[in-house]
Every structure is written in C-alpha cells, then in structure tokens.
Design a binder for this molecule. Structure first.
Ligand SMILES: N[C@@H](CCC(=O)N[C@@H](CS)C(=O)NCC(=O)O)C(=O)O
Length: 242
C-alpha cells in the first residue's frame, strides 16, 4: 500500500500528526500537495480531491489520507485507521479506544492552541484580532495549557508497562502526537513552557524518547519536516507568551 497524504504544503499543522506516524513506521507515502504542480501537487491537488466528482465522501478539510479506494479525514480518525496497520496502536480493543480517546483530547488541545492567535475568526489575520488573542492566550497559558499537560503527564505515569510510553507497551501514534505537542508548545510559548515543564518530567522524557527513534530523528533532520512558522498552528508571537 502506498498512502497519499493531502495537507497544506507550507505548514506542519494537523498534517504533522499523520506525517509523524507514516515516517515513524517507514510507510510508503506521498505528501501530495508538496509535489510541484507539474507533478500533480500543490494546493490544487487538495482542491481537486475535495471538490472532484470522485469525492462522493468528500472531506470537510485537510488533512485527509487516500488509502487505496478509501479517503479518510479527521486527524484522529486517520490515526485510528493507520495505528494498527503501522503497528503504532495497542492490539486490544480497550487499548485502541484509549489511544483514540487520547488523540481526540489532543485534537481539542490543538484547536485551543490555534484559537490563541485566531480567537475571533479564521478569516481574519492575526493582526486584526491582536487584543482578543492576547486575552485568549493569557487564559490558555494560565488555565488550559497546565490542565492539558498535567493530564497527559498523569496518563504517562499511569502506564507503568509502557517504559515511558503513553499507551500500551511500545511506541504508538499517541506518543508521536505528544512529542509534537511538546515541541510545538516549546516553539509557541517558550517562556510559559520553561516554567511548566519543570513539573512535567514524564512528558519531557517522552519527547526525547520519540525524538531519538532513528526514523523519527532522520525525518526531523530532513527537508520533509517543515520548520515551525507563523502560518501554522503553533506560532510564536512574543506578546502572546506572557
Ligand atoms: N478536526 C479536524 C480539523 C481539520 C482542520 O481544521 N483543518 C484545517 C487545517 S489544520 C483546515 O484546513 N480547515 C479549513 C476550514 O476549516 O475551513 C482534524 O482534526 O483534522
């Protein structure tokens, strides 16, 4: 199976959780929109899939994954599909449900991170909603970020079989996503994270464990890993990191 990932080509965004899973498992895949237009890539490729006649079950938004005849959208849904196929999910049903539940919670957190710089409307630029963003980010940093991170810290602590993993006995897509959360929050809110991380030893270790997986390390070092930037979900605006 050669997978096709469709996601905005200039950002990590929500596509990154899928990229990390495909890369960690050395899956064969094409990041379609990152191909040139002449190769059938670019944003046009995403639009073709979403609007095309063939898309009878059209996704609402990227990321989506083409796997043979299937077109699967929603990040957590894609990972739920890929997890067992890439050996990145527990084998038992309870374990898979737990992994999916955690991934949905990660999706909630990702939305809240996005809303720190876009609290009013996606259609407005950040510069058009700065006062609201400042207010939102301040609440996020003081209330929501510690609540989510403490929760995930407890999840890892509550999985003694996992040798530092979040679910089950070995690396899962949840670990990869938590790595991305820690990396992204360090980029977006370095001051707040420095303070918070002191109380998150397990998440820090999990981040390093994932980053040191040979395939993940090779990916992070490659041009396939798009750098964090101010078009993505994790954006660094110093004025929001107060
Ligand atoms: N819940 C969806 C959210 C998908 C989503 O919001 N995608 C963004 C990019 S990260 C998008 O392109 N949204 C277009 C829109 O909402 O109109 C997921 O987790 O995949």
């Amino acid at each position: 199976m050669r997978y096709e990932l469709y996601y905005w080509p200039g950002i990590q965004g929500r596509g990154e959780y899928v990229r990390l899973a495909l890369e960690a498992a050395a899956a064969r895949y094409t990041d379609v929109a990152r191909l040139s237009r002449s190769q059938g890539g670019g944003v046009a490729a995403i639009m073709r899939m979403m609007e095309g006649e063939r898309a009878r079950r059209a996704p609402f938004a990227p990321p989506f994954l083409k796997a043979g005849r299937l077109v699967i959208a929603q990040t957590a849904n894609i990972l739920q599909y890929l997890g067992p196929r890439l050996s990145l999910a527990p084998a038992d049903e309870a374990g898979r449900l737990w992994a999916h539940q955690l991934q949905l919670t990660i999706a909630d957190l990702v939305t809240e991170v996005h809303d720190t710089h876009h609290p009013v409307a996606n259609s407005l630029y950040y510069e058009q909603q700065k006062p609201a963003a400042r207010r939102r980010a301040s609440h996020f940093i003081r209330e929501r970020m510690p609540k989510y991170l403490d929760y995930f810290e407890q999840v890892v602590a509550g999985n003694p079989r996992g040798r530092g993993h979040a679910v089950g006995k070995s690396l899962s897509y949840v670990d990869l996503s938590l790595f991305q959360i820690v990396a992204g929050l360090r980029y977006a809110f370095p001051r707040a994270m420095r303070r918070l991380e002191r109380k998150l030893p397990r998440l820090r270790t999990l981040h390093d464990l994932v980053a040191s997986q040979p395939r993940v390390a090779a990916y992070l070092d490659s041009p396939r890993r798009i750098p964090f930037n101010e078009s993505g979900i994790f954006r660094h605006y110093a004025e929001l990191d107060q």
